[in-house]
Design a protein around this ligand. Structure first.
Ligand code: C2E
Ligand code: MG
Ligand code: MG
Ligand code: MG
Length: 284
């Protein structure tokens, strides 16, 4: 009996493994097709100051799979990294977003003070040609590097500090600014805040979510804001969903924000409308 059950359990286990690897293979195949068929789209989420004014936008990748519909970047980016497609996908993000922002700039929609923030994963940042890819996108689009911000994570700084530093300096020399994304969730040392050419810390949304009720989150956010200010770094809070979040963060000395309170990630057309109607909207 036990033996039989054991066999059954194993059979189930095998079935589970099989469907898992089937799903995985399917995803890999779909990702290759998505690249070939140009199924990736970039969305834009506004970043705003304490007056509600737009200060820029973060570029967020979107993929509508033919069979499965919308798939989160949190799900497909790790797979794209494992199979080496992340570099091609990253170049598409760079190309699409710089083309779009350059066009908006020419149309007068995008202001000179706004920055477009582009995510670059640790694996992308480690690529020998990363800086060339960025330069190529800027050249092709004609977008000024002053309007570009690159978001890296603490993990990028951990793996190969010297390599990362050299690339950061090249990007800075071009006129691009650098943000540390999801700040506080990684394992890097505080030393790099002093040594590396970083412009901005983005406080991770996990600290912002319960900021009002959780005294530990409150303490962490307050400490990050104080530290950023003391080190002359800009600080932006992610995941600002409510009026209370906004008011509290402003009281704590954080004056730039990103989150559903100000706007969801939007397709290019919707972001354009958002910008056009924004001055008329009373957000705050
Ligand atoms: P991230 O860079 O930290 O981006 C912020 C995420 O928070 C986005 O999720 C955004 O939609 C979400 N978000 C924004 N405001 C709010 C809010 O008020 N509340 C909540 N709960 N969430 C909010 P998304 O678009 O699903 O992206 C997830 C992650 O995928 C990103 O986190 C980033 O790490 C990665 N990612 C997205 N696009 C790219 C890309 O083009 N390249 C790379 N390498 N990674 C990307
Ligand atoms: Mg980001
Ligand atoms: Mg983030
Ligand atoms: Mg995040």
């Amino acid at each position: 009996k036990a033996k039989e059950q054991g066999r059954n359990t194993f059979a189930f286990f095998q079935d589970d493994m099989k469907s898992l690897s089937d799903a995985r293979l399917q995803m890999e195949k779909s990702l290759h097709r998505a690249l070939k068929e140009d199924e990736f789209e970039v969305y834009y989420q506004p970043q705003n100051n304490d007056k509600g004014e737009i200060i820029g936008a973060e570029v967020l990748l979107r993929w509508q799979d033919q069979e499965r519909g919308f798939i989160s970047p949190m799900e497909f980016i790790p797979v794209a990294e494992e199979i080496g497609l992340i570099h091609d996908i990253g170049r598409i993000v760079l190309q699409k977003s710089t083309q779009q922002v350059a066009l908006w700039r020419r149309q007068g929609l995008w202001k000179d003070t706004w920055k477009v923030s582009i995510n670059v994963s640790p694996m992308q940042f480690a690529h020998a040609k990363l800086v060339e890819y960025v330069v190529a996108a800027l050249d092709a689009s004609g977008l000024s590097p002053d309007l570009v911000d690159i978001e890296i994570t603490e993990t990028t700084l951990m793996s190969d500090l010297d390599g990362a530093l050299a690339k950061m300096e090249r990007l800075k020399d071009l006129g691009i600014s650098l943000s540390v994304d999801d700040f506080g969730t990684g394992y890097s040392s505080l030393k790099y805040l002093k040594d590396l050419p970083i412009d901005r810390l983005k406080i991770d949304q996990s600290f912002v979510r319960d900021l009002i009720h959780d005294k530990d989150d409150y303490a962490i956010v307050l400490a990050v804001i104080a530290m950023a200010s003391a080190l002359s770094l800009n600080v932006l809070a992610e995941g600002v969903e409510t009026e209370e979040h906004f008011k509290q963060l402003k009281l704590m000395g954080c004056y730039t924000y990103q989150g559903y309170l100000f706007g969801r990630p939007m397709c290019a057309d919707d972001f354009k409308s958002y910008c056009e109607s924004h001055s008329a909207i009373e957000i705050i």
